[in-house]
Write a protein that binds this ligand. Structure first.
Ligand SMILES: NC(=O)c1ccc[n+]([C@@H]2O[C@H](COP(=O)([O-])OP(=O)(O)OC[C@H]3O[C@@H](n4cnc5c(N)ncnc54)[C@H](OP(=O)(O)O)[C@@H]3O)[C@@H](O)[C@H]2O)c1
Length: 330
């Protein structure tokens, strides 16, 4: 697995956030589509991160419109006008998923701390004429009170949650031998605890309204199935192993409760988002290099997997979708 230098570099990119330390290139990686109607925006340079990022915050409308607009519509009909909660909808995978669901006619509550990004996405969805709506909600998922207030606002204003997409997550570069407890707690609080609280509250919301066909989808990672060599990702990997166990545990509890609510996780490899820039917030060049090793997955690829999972007939429960960039080694 570690024979040649080139392969080693790619190995280190097993999850966004881990690069072989190559420098920023300005070839086609210097441009990306983002924002309304697939408008092409210049990608800012690696030192522009304070302002924005080197990766689009929102997803490409034209890409998702073209691919998801025609795919899986039949199976998605039953979800029209129903309510999906998407955590971490302010960028990356969560924004792509929120947009895709609005395109399929759902009412989507998108939450994150940076609510301005979700408001922008909501305006784009509206001006694009998508049949659903995106409702932005500011929530710090590391704070249980915030999560509970969000669920009670959803209950009072929109009845309740039919689909819960636990997407919010982060990695901090805190190794097991010398990392900070603070970094570990940040990861644990969002990746494991918030996901579990949202799952419990979403289930209770479905149960009290006698919703028996709901769906809980956890955005896991390939790091939830194998421990990649870079030390900085070991604790993160442990949180994603927890997501693997939590998804299967949830499936079993739902069976015991004789519920038809479904539990699924989606486990991507490297996806080109802000993720690596948050991991390596002090080393943007290293972060940018993460996405240069190979043609990475796009947030829209993961959104398509979510739509596929939701569009299967109610008797079909997808347990996990493992998806990597074709060129990814680990
Ligand atoms: N990118 C990858 O290569 C990759 C691969 C496999 C799995 N994943 C998983 O995919 C999910 C999404 O990641 P991404 O790549 O889209 O990363 P991203 O672009 O960094 O987005 C992360 C999202 O999580 C939200 N979030 C983080 N902490 C939060 C908090 N305390 N409260 C509320 N929201 C919070 C962020 O919103 P605010 O900061 O605005 O609050 C943001 O919307 C994560 O679970 C990640 O582990 C990513």
């Amino acid at each position: 697995m570690w024979q040649i230098a080139e392969e080693r570099r790619v190995e280190q990119g097993a999850e966004a956030g881990h690069s072989g330390g190559r420098s920023w290139r300005t070839s086609d990686a210097g441009r990306s589509t983002a924002g309304a109607a697939g408008v092409t925006r210049e990608r800012p340079g690696p030192y522009d991160l304070g302002r924005s990022s080197a990766i689009p915050v929102l997803c490409s409308q034209s890409e998702v419109g073209g691919r998801l607009g025609t795919l899986a519509k039949a199976g998605m009909e039953r979800w029209r006008d129903r309510l999906a909660l998407v955590t971490g909808a302010s960028g990356g995978i969560g924004a792509a998923v929120a947009r895709a669901l609005v395109q399929q006619g759902l009412k989507v509550v998108g939450c994150a701390r940076t609510v301005g990004n979700i408001e922008e996405l909501a305006a784009e969805c509206k001006s694009a004429g998508y049949p659903g709506t995106l409702i932005p909600y500011r929530c710090d998922l590391s704070n249980e009170e915030d999560i509970l207030s969000m669920f009670s606002a959803v209950r009072s204003q929109h009845s309740g949650v039919d689909i819960c997409i636990n997407n919010a997550g982060l990695a901090r570069p805190d190794t097991l031998l010398s990392g900070s407890t603070r970094g570990w707690k940040e990861m644990f609080n969002v990746n494991v605890l918030a996901l579990s609280i949202c799952t419990r509250e979403a289930y209770q919301s479905m149960r009290e309204r006698k919703v028996d066909d709901g769906h809980i989808i956890n955005i896991n990672s390939m790091c939830g199935h194998l421990v990649p060599p870079p030390a900085e990702i070991h604790f993160y990997s442990a949180t994603k192993y927890a997501v693997t166990a939590l998804t299967e545990g949830l499936r079993q509890e739902l069976r015991e409760a004789q519920s038809h609510i479904r539990a699924t996780c989606i486990s991507p490899g490297v996806v080109e988002t802000q993720f690596a820039f948050k991991v390596h917030d002090k080393d943007p060049e290293r972060a940018a290099a993460t996405y240069e090793h190979m043609k990475c997955l796009k947030p829209e690829d993961v959104a398509e997997a979510v739509i596929y999972v939701l569009s299967t007939p109610p008797h079909v429960q997808i347990g996990d979708i493992q998806m990597r960039p074709t060129e990814q080694v680990t």
